[in-house]
Ligand binder design. Sequence first.
Ligand code: C2E
Ligand code: MG
Ligand code: MG
Length: 548
Amino acid sequence: MSKPGLIPNGQSSRRTSAVRDLIVLLLALALLALFLSFNAARFEGFGSWLTQMGADNSAIIVGLLLINLAITIYGWRRYRDTARELIERTAAESRAYEAASTDPLTGLYNRRAFVQAVGETLSFAQRQRRAVAMLIVDVDGFKHVNEVHGHVTGDNLLRCAAETVARVAPHGAVVARLGGDEFAIAFTCEPDEVSEAGRIADGLVDRLGSPFNLGGVHTHVSASVGVARSGGDCHTVGALMRRADIAMSAAKKAGRGRFVWFDASMERELEARNAIEEGLRIGIPKGEIVPYFEPQVDLVTQSLHGFEMLARWDHPDRGMVSPEEFIPVAEESGLIGDLSLAVLRRAFEEARGWDAGLSLSVNISPVQLKDPWLAQKITKLLVETGFPAERLEIEITESSLFENLGLAQAIVSSLRNQGIRLALDDFGTGYSSLAHLRALPFERIKIDRSFVGSINDSADSAAIVTAITRLAESLKLAITAEGIEDDRVEGRLRGIGRYTGQGYLFGRPMPASDVRSMLAPRGLLPGPGAAVPLPVRNEARQPLTRSA
Ligand code: C2E
Ligand code: MG
Ligand code: MG
């Protein structure tokens, strides 16, 4: 590990001050000797005057010498005290600097000192017409080790990771722990350098990805590394750190345990993502997230079963924005809870006016299933809007069950106690695990549209749809086939089993006003709205009636 030369070394400063003391002492003695020899004549005159006054000659000389000696000793002692004070103050300052610039757990630089040192390295590199390469390392899975094995093991892991990072860093590099499980390396390089930084990043991924033995506890983590280089419009510490950080996030997104070089497109992507987050912060309270509804039909009776609510963002500049664009950002930024409750409220208020036999399916994000108050929040919404719990079906995906199955089970059992039903969405795309199917009291499996849509073109898709159908039948679960776009797909499905179906054949996701227009002429909109004859949108599927 290398640090800038701002901290004085204790031993060498003590040696320097001893030499300085000796020189000062010799100088004082030399001055005294000079003073005596140059002023010998005056001492004689002054002495003869004193003799005339009756004083003894030798006594006068001794007296003068003693006074001079006393002054010299006094001066010497004052000088010693001042010098000692200075040493102590310098040592205290250096200790304070050390504490302020070092991470106490690993002994590496902290973020503040790293920024300062890289600033100096950048200036040096610019003068030498060289560049600075920076690697930001994030230990994947550190949180898990901390939670499972405790903080002592977590600290040990960080110390081992720090040693590894310092060992892999090239000679003279600045190495730091930026905070948490994040480390950084910076070093000067050629302006077009790629191979050394790549080799170091590769070494980090390799070594941090090997198992650690932490006092008998064996842990296995991995490292995501972002690499960037100064040059072009990137010539400040802030810009370089931002680029390395963006690249590190890209490495994480790409599946962790790898390194990624910064690319300008990553920055544009991040800006677009930040714009979505900012827009959501303003748009959610303003009611810009609106519910759309996609019809679900019983394929056996051809009657309308209900609707799946799908969120849309009615963006002031961009028009309708797809949930695939904004739901992941809402999940990452912690806005998904507010977004979901806001859109659920509007959907419940709307669906309350439909025929009592029509169900409403809603999607709940895996992030929401980590909120211990989720069941209470949904129940409160149902009470406030007057929408019956028995008409509500909640769709979750398998990924919801990975992080905290216990909490998900507790939330789901609270919801079930209210009479709410549970469906497993997008089955077939994830682990499709039987253990997951049994972990929660699902009443329905939804077969993903990627299999349904290609059922006539791919023998594999047909085999998967058939297998999922047999599995659901034997577990006595209802089945929804998603993504039915034409009659041929519907016909093929009818030959395999009994399904509820949804897809563009029956109707695309539509706003609440279109749902009303669709329901009113079929007598499925009780209340004043039902009396008004409204245009029918889905003319191709007239037989849609209320589910049996
Ligand atoms: P999902 O729950 O699997 O929803 C089905 C998606 O398939 C919807 O996309 C729907 O428009 C689309 N789809 C339906 N029929 C067809 C078809 O015949 N062909 C094709 N090609 N596509 C069809 P959408 O509305 O873009 O929603 C995408 C995903 O966004 C949803 O997948 C769901 O996971 C998520 N999502 C939507 N609304 C919400 C919400 O309020 N909360 C949460 N957490 N997630 C939501
Ligand atoms: Mg869904
Ligand atoms: Mg789905």
